[in-house]
Design a protein around this ligand. Structure first.
Ligand code: F6P
Length: 366
């Protein structure tokens, strides 16, 4: 009887449970056993945290948000924060312990569902430790270059668009500027898609450094044309022309984190607008609302296809590779390729052109 293990790492995304469902059911149809590793690699560090996933256990999880396995973005076994007897936190390499447990359990493949950070760890296990790994791309930010789309993105955009739709009426009632901060560390996909669909006046994305004077010119022009309210959508990773990014004071939670915690750029932009345009502003941070809830039909389908394709790849022995969406089909791409760089919004893309042509200011010109 063949055995595989599946883990979910990094920030969660709607559709993770659909991937787990598809992996378990597809493996079961081949008479393979599936185990789930809790909280990323925790189950591989401590076998008590491994759970046997049967078809019955995953029967009704596809429509649910989150991940039944739990997740973490502080779980890199190559650099694990461990408390010593003196109560101090030390960073230790526990990758050998993972390999021992992997082999002891008789797993022949690890399906690692994650974003750039988790896939990088998976690739290290494949190349440095010889673990047979298959990656499944996950991130609401949709910033993985090797796949046309990641699951979770469509749900996040729907949530953000719905929020923008609701904010229009209150912004209008009070003649206010509502600044809405959405997720997107290095790429503005959520901001752009929700902002264009949700009728934003200004959209600020990491790919286009913004100038507050330009934003204010746009809002002043709105006033001249009789529009006294506005919606400004800001991606959390947006940067001003002079290089400002806003991060949270994460001293307390930084140990072992794979990336710095962003947040606060919306409030900063809001204050600038108040100053230069003299408008009453309010800030709303959509935050983790975008990561929660039931996946859309699109995300469920994509996640199920990724899960089933990952099992096909395991059967074919296509390790150190990631399943990707390419021209509507499932494709295997080397993990090394997949983690090379982030997928940015192309500045000459039709979406950018559409935004500009329908009068949306992107912070660089007006
Ligand atoms: O990468 C996905 C993401 O949702 C980012 O947009 C965001 O910056 C980050 O995760 C937040 O992670 P955490 O779970 O640590 O708050």
């Amino acid at each position: 009887m063949k055995r595989i293990v599946i883990s979910t790492g990094g920030g969660d995304a709607p559709g993770l449970n659909a991937v787990i469902h598809a992996v378990v059911k597809s493996a079961d149809s081949r008479d393979w056993e599936v185990y789930g590793s809790r909280s990323g690699y925790l189950g591989l560090l401590d076998p008590d945290e491994l759970i046997r996933l049967t078809p019955e256990k995953v029967e009704d999880i596809t429509p649910t948000g989150g991940t039944i396995l739990g997740s973490t973005n502080k779980g890199n076994p190559f650099a694990m924060p461990v408390e010593n007897l003196a109560g101090e936190i030390q960073i230790r390499d526990l990758s050998e312990r993972v390999m021992k447990n992997f082999n002891r359990m008789g797993f022949f493949c690890h399906i690692a569902v994650g974003g750039d950070g988790s896939l990088e760890i998976a690739h290290r296990f494949a190349t440095e430790k010889g673990m047979p790994v298959i990656g499944v791309p996950k991130t609401i930010d949709n910033d993985l270059e090797a796949t046309e789309l990641t699951f979770g993105f469509d749900t996040a955009v729907s949530t953000a668009t719905e929020a923008l739709d609701k904010l229009h009426s209150t912004a209008k009632s009070h003649d206010r500027v509502m600044v809405v901060e959405v997720m997107g560390r290095e790429s503005g996909w959520i901001a752009l898609n929700s902002g264009v669909s949700g009728g934003a006046d200004v959209i600020l994305i990491p790919e286009i450094p913004f100038d507050t004077q330009v934003i204010c010119r746009k809002l002043t022009d709105n006033e001249l044309h009789g529009k006294h309210y506005a919606i400004v959508v800001v991606a959390e990773g947006a940067k001003s022309r002079n290089g400002l990014t806003v991060i949270q004071d994460n001293d307390k939670c930084a140990v072992g984190r794979q990336e710095v915690l962003l947040g606060g750029i919306g409030e900063w932009v809001s204050r600038q607008i108040k100053e230069c345009a003299g408008k009453d502003t309010r800030t709303m941070v959509l935050g983790h609302l975008q990561r929660g809830g039931s996946p859309t039909t699109f995300d469920r389908m994509l996640a199920l296809r990724f899960g089933a394709a990952a099992v096909r790849m395991a059967e074919a022995g296509q390790f150190d590779q990631m399943v990707a969406l390419s021209s509507g089909s499932m494709k295997a791409v080397p993990l090394a390729e997949a983690i090379k760089q982030r997928k940015k919004v192309p500045l000459d893309s039709d979406k950018i052109l559409t935004a500009r042509e329908i009068g949306i200011c992107l912070g660089d010109e007006y």
